[in-house]
Design a protein around this ligand. Sequence first.
Ligand code: NAD
Length: 497
Amino acid sequence: MSTQATVAGVQVDLRHWIGGERVASAETFEDVSPIDETVLAHVHSGGPGEIDRAVTAARSAFAAWASMPIGERAAILHRVADGIDARAEDLAQVETADNGALLRSHRRGVMPRVAMNFRHFADHLQTLGRPDGSIRGHRQRVTYDPAGVVAIITPWNAPLMLATWRIGPALAAGNTVVLKPPEWAPLTASLFADIAHEAGLPAGVLNVVQGTGVEAGAPLTAHPDINRLAFTGSVPTAGVISRAAAANIVPLSYELGGKSPLVVFADADFDLAVGLAVEQFDNSGQVCLGAFRILVEETIAYSFVEEVTRRTRDIVQGDPRDEKTDMSCLITRSHFEKVDGFVSRALEAGAKALVGGGPNAELGGLYYQPTVLVDAEPGSEILTEEVFGPVLTIQTFRTEEQAISMANDTRFGLAATLVTGDPVRAERVSSALVAGTVWVNCFFVRDLGAPFGGSGRSGIGREGGDWSFEFYSDIKNTVFSPEGWRTDTSTTGEHHG
Ligand code: NAD
């Protein structure tokens, strides 16, 4: 059984990373590139045994990591970020081969952000806490104590970025980590383990167990010795995981799916609004935050739809490694069929595809056309369920009240985007929208210090800045009485009476 593969010219270890060493499994799973559906590697497939070994390693490493002076801990995390920068091209190449997202996005946006996930939280760590307070003459101190072993489970659409967005603050807060990467794009997690090790992260502080959700993910979520569970993925999986975590009373942080609206008022900057609509085809629509449900004011709907359609036709679809490509492929055959099922049922139910509406026959494989649908049946699944593919729906509204009501008519609440030229309306509508993030005349502007998470079925909790440290810490309040103190100042514990 192979322990290594060469992917996009980069050597990748296919085993787990547990307690500072590579660990093999008897079984493997196939990792297929969505670019051309070729097999990239047979990755070692962990189960309860590997998970238990990883949690035990993380527990053993906890005390030393948690008690390390924060300056030293932060310095190691900065070295991890430096290591990511140094290997950014390798990471970008392997991520593109593995999940099919654009190489140029991985190079320019994603990998720098992966490094930032460590720099930001390493720096933030050093500003945590607040001055001691007082209560009835007593001194009161709030501290952020490390929580213990953090289990992290992540999806494939931005695998390394989403994993490190959790690993960065979890490690900064003094915890140790067991990561279960996505089986559809597992490879950069392995490269990352090498980088962290070379940066001096002590053995056992980060552990990576490869495997499927059912075989490796489920035993991790049910393990009795984890202290936090950070999950990014779909709502149905979150439901399953919640039951396992409930048995051990493990605090959860969930970042789940969305069905976010893009609300375009007639007073909006027209080009900006069209540009924001077409931007939703980024990563072939496999973006949790994507605003695929477009709501446009009726008076401009005709010209808006016409221009969005025209701009969508101009999208260059093809190989994600080609600089000229705007949109590539979907992740797997099963996901491709799921997306196509949503579109086919919508068309059968009376929706019209103004552009796209099916697989890209010319490119074949997993290439699905960017699709714009109108006239979908109100309340139908294409308007209510997360498709996670390159499919926009456009609906119209007449009044601001109606726009707000349509935007909020969803069980999700991850994000909402609003385009208007009226600042007073912007204040009014943004405060009425139910979502973890609202963007006004912009999209995807994110600061790692800001809270991030979803309302409704889009998640539980918020991360980013202090919010991450609140989740990954055991916050402790210590009250010191003004009385009961010895008057001699000896610190040896001996009484010299
Ligand atoms: P998924 O829920 O199928 O899988 C996510 C992870 O969970 C994978 O690592 C998988 O192996 C694991 N898993 C599956 N079953 C499990 C089980 N029974 N126990 C433990 N782990 C299990 O999701 P996906 O298809 O990989 O990702 C797409 C979803 O992720 C979409 O819904 C998307 O919106 C969401 N997402 C959300 C965010 C966010 O920040 N809110 C970001 C990216 C993706």
